[in-house]
Design a protein around this ligand. Structure first.
Ligand code: MF3
Ligand code: CO
Length: 250
């Protein structure tokens, strides 16, 4: 069942996502060679609490940290531990917050210092593929119109789309219906309606689309060990078009 949100609920979700984006910006700006991922996790957690929110991922299906940090060939759900950042790493930060009973969820991939040209292109194309998907998040379209737009953009630039993990509805739960794949033929799936809130989150690979899960049960990485990027926004469908929550413009 798809839970449609009132404008008041969407405003609360906008506030939850403001905390998410404040944390993502802060953690991104503090990243430096030699820092451990655990330090970034601690930073995310304390900043969230100071802003009146609660980290949403900690304890979710047993996930052991506040933020997911996935480096280079790691795709999603990396667990921040003692690994240290190196110049040129590309780092996917995925963060969720609960505020006033509603979830916010967003992600971005940022370099430590500057990345090589291939990685910079991968990150930029992934971000653009998210924006292409958001353009299709309009009342009257169908879910797979979003999916198709992401796929066409990513594959059109020579990259591949991860199939095994998808975007999702979001609200009083982190994962609600519908699923939002980042691939597929257009015109399929549920019709998009006013009040739907979708977490659209392309995971795009430099090499092939196949992924594996580490023995830790969480860390998803590319099978060919080429790099991956991930961008995510929570997007509300309004009568006047898609509203990206938590930022003043994507
Ligand atoms: N941001 C992820 C998603 O959208 C959630 C991470 S799963 C967790 O599905 F277990 F780490 F919380
Ligand atoms: Co998500």
């Amino acid at each position: 069942m798809i839970h449609l949100k009132t404008p008041e609920e969407v405003d609360i979700m906008d506030r939850a996502n403001r905390v998410v984006h404040s944390v993502l910006r802060h953690v991104s700006s503090e990243m430096a060679p030699g820092m451990t991922l655990k330090e970034l996790d601690t930073m995310a957690e304390s900043m969230t609490k100071a802003m009146g929110g609660k980290p949403a991922f900690k304890g979710y299906h047993g996930y052991p940290a506040s933020i997911c940090i996935s480096v280079n060939d790691e795709v999603v759900h990396g667990i921040p531990g003692g690994r240290t950042l190196k110049a040129g790493d590309i780092v996917s930060l995925d963060f969720g917050v609960i505020l006033s009973g509603y979830y916010g969820d967003a992600a971005c991939t940022v370099p430590v210092g500057s990345a090589d040209e291939a990685a910079s292109t991968l990150m930029e194309v992934t971000r653009q593929s998210l924006l292409k998907g958001i353009e299709q998040a309009r009342i009257g379209n169908r879910v797979s119109d979003v999916s198709h737009a992401v796929q066409v953009w990513a594959e059109g630039h020579g990259f591949s789309v991860v199939r095994d993990y998808v975007g999702h509805g979001i609200g009083r739960a982190l994962h609600e219906e519908p699923q939002v794949p980042n691939f597929g033929a257009p015109g399929l799936g549920p019709k998009l309606q006013e009040g739907m809130v979708l977490a659209i989150e392309p995971m795009i690979n430099e090499g092939g689309p196949e992924v594996t899960v580490d023995p830790d049960g969480w860390t998803v990485r590319t099978r060919d060990h080429k790099r991956s990027a991930h961008f995510e926004y929570s997007v509300a469908l309004t009568a006047s078009g898609p509203r990206v929550l938590g930022v003043d413009g994507p």
